[in-house]
Design a protein around this ligand. Structure first.
Ligand code: SF4
Ligand code: SF4
Length: 77
């Protein structure tokens, strides 16, 4: 019997450019999985929770959030 476990694993591709991040706190509230935390004015991603939905990328005013393996990625909408 084949295991489908591997297909259920989501690999977080989100990265933060800390030089661009202003710690404005706009992104943690929009994350539906609670993957973003702003502690001590430093944004962190809980990669086990992130499902690459890209909502946070759309709200970031400085373009500090991006997906690592798609340099030409353009958020839809
Ligand atoms: S891509 Fe989606 S799930 Fe991942 S941190 Fe951003 S808002 Fe949260
Ligand atoms: S929205 Fe952008 S600038 Fe603001 S805390 Fe998030 S990553 Fe940093």
């Amino acid at each position: 019997m084949e295991s489908k476990k591997s297909s259920l694993v989501t690999t977080c591709r989100l990265t933060i450019d800390l030089e661009k991040c202003l710690s404005c706190a706009a992104c943690p509230p929009v994350c539906h999985t609670g993957a973003l935390n702003l502690s001590s004015l430093l944004l962190e991603i809980n990669k086990e929770l992130c499902d690459n939905c890209s909502i946070c990328i759309k709200v970031c005013p400085t373009g500090a959030l991006l997906f690592s393996e798609t340099t030409n990625f353009k958020p839809q909408g």
